[in-house]
Design a binder for this molecule. Structure first.
Ligand code: HEM
Length: 474
């Protein structure tokens, strides 16, 4: 389950591969926003001011040419690596100090490796030790007899695209283990070496490919050089990041995607009142089920050159309607209609976890060109006064960066937190060897992109034309 109190029940154990951490705050001194006008229900409801509709696959009006569609799901995959809140309640205020993060706040893929082969052996292949078990001849995740995925974080089976991305990482590990570790080492040492190589290349992609796309090249370079955020002690997951800034990705989600040779909607429309939900078919991307062969993802459509890859949706204050009517599985069966809106959930979670307003954070960070009240609330009937941090960040991306990337407060928080998490993780490449360069084969030696990861793993020949060469922060 994603977004309800049962989510992550399976992760309560602790082990050597993972320590769960606390959430914390970046700006504990700032007063929290207790309510706002017009309120979460009016702002975030389907058919409300944040409803972006469900434009068809051929409609390019909401396209963001800066960020290809694959990065949306890479962003969701990264989220599931670093943050999992199963304990906060939507309906009441929560004490952030008592909210548990069931993921380590580190980019080490605990969502993929789980607790490791000794403690979660069902994730691994018994016949090919220390490699991941795959399903359906390598086209799907491994699943139990009822179709439930056997993976480190069930959220990575929520829709077929993230499910296939998780599979890609399982295969990436297997490929690195087989072809890029020293076969003379004992198997457990070879596994540790494969993990390090996989993690460092993934971290390199985050720092050099993902963040420059979503924040801007100059901003990313500045934040990693100046290191404005640093954890005073043990790293934690900042709520301003997990409950507001990093949820910017929800606005990048298109209602449907071209998968292989056919298109499919992410989530189907909700059933008519009193009708049971429809069974997932070939035109929908609902997860938590075996992947039909027709919906096996062609990664050229997500990470290929601009001629083959689809764009993500603009980063703005509109969410595709499909996300305002979340189906069972993504939320718990029986969830009332209003709480099926991801926008309402995000806004309500921000109030329940006592986040400060966007204006207060902008002023605290001293961002130049903070949004005016007129800019924040334009297009929102009755909107006035202090705004929820998540909404402010989306509006800032739209007004200050034409919806192409995060700006101001959003960029500072997202980039600053990634930098702080990587610096605090003693095993990261940034902490161990900041001048490290990727070692796996790639189109351009010394660099490594998602396209290289796909080509290496699947023996494909996608072009990574212009992947890292962003002209500026525009
Ligand atoms: C198909 C796409 C997606 C769906 C259906 C989805 C759905 C959800 C849901 C239902 C929640 C829990 C909401 C709550 O109850 O508070 C959530 C949380 C979250 N989502 Fe998404 N999401 C998607 C994509 C993304 C993307 C692309 C990003 C970022 C790039 C993202 C970032 C987050 C974060 C940071 C959280 C909080 C996680 C936690 O601390 O537990 N999501 N998402």
């Amino acid at each position: 389950m994603h977004g309800n109190e049962n989510r992550g029940e399976a992760f309560s154990g602790r082990g050597p591969f993972r320590q769960s951490g606390r959430f914390g705050r970046l700006f504990p001194e700032l007063q929290s926003l207790e309510s706002f006008t017009p309120g979460s229900a009016a702002l975030g409801a389907a058919q409300g001011p944040m409803d972006g509709g469900n434009p068809g696959l051929g409609d390019t009006t909401q396209n963001n040419p800066r960020i290809r569609a694959g990065y949306t799901f890479l962003g969701q995959f990264i989220d599931h690596d670093i943050t999992l809140d199963v304990t906060s309640s939507l309906e009441q205020e929560n004490d952030p100090d008592a909210v548990e993060n069931f993921r380590t706040p580190a980019l080490e893929l605990d969502s993929v490796y789980g607790l490791g082969p000794a403690l979660q052996p069902y994730l691994y292949d018994r016949e090919r030790s220390f490699r991941f078990l795959l399903g359906d001849e390598g086209n799907d995740l491994p699943r139990n007899s009822q179709g439930c995925a056997l993976i480190g974080d069930l959220r990575n089976d929520e829709n077929l695209i993230i499910s296939q991305l998780h599979l890609l990482f399982l295969k990436f590990h297997n490929k690195v283990f087989d072809n890029h570790t020293n076969s003379n080492l004992p198997l457990d040492k070879r596994f540790a070496e494969a993990q390090r190589i996989v993690r460092w290349h993934y971290q390199w992609i985050v720092v050099h490919e993902f963040l420059p796309r979503i924040l801007g090249t100059n901003t990313t370079a500045r934040l990693f050089r100046d290191k404005p955020l640093q954890f005073p002690g043990r790293p934690f997951m900042p709520l301003e990041f997990s409950v507001a800034a990093y949820r910017f990705g929800h606005s990048q989600v298109r209602p449907g995607y071209l998968i292989g040779t056919r298109g499919a909607a992410l989530f189907p429309p909700p059933p008519a009142p009193g009708q049971p939900p429809s069974a997932p078919g070939l035109a929908d991307l609902r997860g938590f089920r075996p992947v039909p062969p027709e919906l096996v993802v062609d990664w050229a459509k997500f990470f290929g050159p601009p001629s083959t890859a689809q764009d993500s949706k603009l980063v703005d204050t509109k969410l595709s309607t499909v996300l305002l009517q979340l189906p069972d599985g993504v939320v718990a069966p029986g969830t009332p209609g209003a709480l099926r809106s991801l926008a309402v959930r995000n806004l309500q979670r921000g109030i329940a976890l006592k986040l400060p307003s966007g204006q207060r954070v902008a002023s605290r960070l001293g961002v130049p060109n903070a949004l005016t009240s007129t800019e924040i609330w334009s297009g929102v009937p009755n909107g006035e006064g202090e705004a929820p941090l998540w909404f402010y960040i989306l509006k800032e991306a739209k007004v200050r960066a034409s919806g192409r990337r995060l700006a101001g407060v959003g960029a500072e928080i997202v980039g600053g937190v990634f930098q702080a998490l990587l610096s605090a993780d003693k095993a990261s490449f940034l902490a161990q060897n900041p001048s490290w360069m990727p070692t796996l084969p790639s189109t351009h030696p010394g660099r490594f992109t998602m396209t290289d990861l796909i080509n290496l793993t699947l023996n494909s020949k996608l072009s990574d034309e212009n992947v890292l060469d962003l002209p500026s922060d525009d």
